[in-house]
Write a protein that binds this ligand. Sequence first.
Ligand code: GLY
Length: 401
Amino acid sequence: MKRRDFLSGIAVTSATIAAGQGTVHMPSPTKEVPRQSNPKNIIICAANGYNYLDAGYEKLHSGADTLDAALAVVSGPENDPNDDSVGLGGLPNEEGVVELDSCLMHGPTRRAGAVGGLHDIKNASAVAKAVMEHTGHVMLVGEGATRFGLELGFPKENLLTEHSRKIWLLWKESNSNQDWWGPGMDDPGWTPPAPMSGELKDQPPHVQKLYAMAADLGIAPEDRMDAIYKVLHPPTGTINCSTLNEKGEMSSVTTTSGLAWKIPGRCGDSPIIGAGCYCDQDVGAAGATGSGEENIKIAGAHTIVENMRHGMTPEEAGMDALRRIARNYNNDMTKIAYISMFFYILRRDGTYAGVSMWGEAGPGQHQRRFAVHDGAKRLEQAKFLFKGTAKDWPPMPRLSR
Ligand code: GLY
């Protein structure tokens, strides 16, 4: 069917409805979530957005659109070459190509946009917005997404910084037997890796070699342990940001370079509307960082918003989503121990929560945190499902100094 015929078909259908063949009943929330009693502007985001919250809040305060305010926050880490989890300088896929994912929802117009596997353009969130504004689609991926962005005038850049290239080389030279090929943790035959405790000198030779290799690659001494950590425990990075203004309008956006050393073409949760982020300003917004594969399987952000629609608080809604992930592994703690998941949740009445699968940011480190700005910028502690920290895979050895 030609596009014009298709559109004229829609026109006839709409006219029929308008002519009174029946009343269109819009779905209504099971429990109406009230608006803010003392309307104010609020932003909730992942902790790596903290330094950019003032820019976003200033936009909300001056009456800018809620999505533009959220983009002002997430473009900070996207433009920062030293943040290796998002945008420019993100850790690449197994072939050394930085592939970016992003999705967003604009509450006032109920529109959405997304890109997956975007390369050579650092602001994946802005390209996702362009998909929303300049196409009849919601999501573009890979070459198509990149060509679309370049045609619209987004600058072409090499996103692989020297910092990320060297960590990728370290992974490639040392860790090719521990890539993402082979069955995942949800395969019934999966077994946990052998524990690696003790000091670096007690580790298998390939682990001990990492430190020397990092030196050979010219990785600075102070960056070597961090590089080794990222080789042994590929990070997922990511930032989500949700906004609410005094008029009750909301938006949400998530952007990432995704899982380090992934198989080219792998998309996690971040470009998937309903997993990486979801917003319905009649109810609220939610977004995620952490294990994309686990979040996709529970449609986390959508699940949380629907939970709030049915009367849960942001904290209850997020905890329920975390429990669904645990349930997918029959609550088997030998597997859940390897899952890192964080949800950022903002309800239309201004209540919010950050909830995490695990309480601590790392062994013996501070409680996991998220960033808030409602006139006062701060980091707040997240609620969590399990005490302690997610296990590294394989666990990180200690370095004798
Ligand atoms: N949550 C980001 C990713 O898994 O790619």
